[in-house]
Design a protein around this ligand. Structure first.
Ligand SMILES: [Zn+2]
Ligand SMILES: [Zn+2]
Length: 287
């Protein structure tokens, strides 16, 4: 059969491709079981399902919800839920709407600091949950000479949007555009009542190895799986979190977290998390 990839983003959140383009790319890389997991939104899922069907791909409904547990920001993946579920849809719309005044306030903060950024242009997007990449891209587009100076930019150097976000979207360690989130227990329940399963995304990105008891704690409140195999993980993380998942009797899932290609000069060994993930996922070909 083919490879599986249960975590990537479309232009309905902060990815750059449409569901149709993602389905095409999946086909080219022999990925046949897929889940589109946009941030705090499921607007692209029905389209992903129909684009997948046309190409003979198996698409599982998916979402990535921003959640919190004490001081930890954790990302929770939901799979195989009812797309029409009322409570889930209402909660996601709430998270999207709560973000709007945050974005507006953040734009004002930037404008007060003489950045050229236009509110109407920011909101002119298909994305239902405005991501930092979108904001960073617009800041770069309209303020290139100022940014160039700040970074002592020289011809030939690729300045990534991530670098721009890191430098300008945090003041005294505080985010100008904080994400909207719900407590993780509530998110697990929300996924369950919609008939789905709840999986903790890329644990290696948020937790140190010593913090594995947090995963055990989540298992007790209904967590079903761990994304032990992730495009964010170093090789040793892939093994470590699989071991933890087996010990806690959690499902092991795999996802690239592909948003789009990374610039070649990023310093990353491969062009995209999608490429990185391909090497890993070949080992778990499903029959
Ligand atoms: Zn994530
Ligand atoms: Zn993601």
């Amino acid at each position: 059969m083919g490879l599986i990839d249960l975590h990537f983003h479309s232009y309905y959140s902060d990815g750059i491709y449409s569901p149709a383009e993602l389905a095409e790319r999946a086909l080219k890389t022999d990925r046949t079981v897929l889940s589109l997991t946009d941030h705090n939104g499921i607007s692209g899922v029905a389209e992903m399902i129909s684009e997948g069907k046309r190409r003979g791909l198996r698409i599982i409904s998916g979402v990535e919800i921003y959640t919190q547990l004490q001081e930890h920001n954790l990302h929770l993946l939901g799979y195989n839920f009812d797309l029409q579920n009322k409570q889930l849809n209402e909660q996601l719309v709430k998270l999207q709407q709560e973000r709007i005044p945050i974005i507006k306030q953040g734009i004002k903060t930037l404008q007060a600091d003489n950045w050229l950024i236009n509110e109407a242009e920011v909101f002119k997007t298909i994305s239902v949950y405005i991501g930092l990449g979108h904001l960073g891209g617009l800041l770069k587009k309209h303020n290139w000479s100022r940014i160039k100076q700040d970074f002592a930019w020289q011809e030939g150097r690729i300045l990534t949007v991530t670098e721009i976000i890191g430098r300008y979207f945090f003041q005294q360690g505080k985010a100008i555009f904080p994400e909207t989130f719900i407590p993780i227990r509530q998110a697990i329940k929300l996924i369950h009542q919609a008939g789905g399963i709840a999986v903790l995304a890329h644990p290696g990105q948020h937790l140190s190895w010593k913090e594995w008891p947090i995963v055990a704690q989540l298992k007790k409140v209904g967590l079903d799986g761990l994304e032990a195999i992730s495009g964010h993980h170093r090789w040793e993380d892939q093994e470590y979190w699989q071991k933890i998942a087996r010990q806690l009797d959690l499902l092991i899932t795999a996802g690239s977290d592909f948003h789009g290609e990374l610039p070649a000069k990023w310093g990353f060994p491969l062009n995209s998390q999608w490429d990185y993930f391909k090497i890993l996922s070949e080992k778990i070909k499903i029959r």
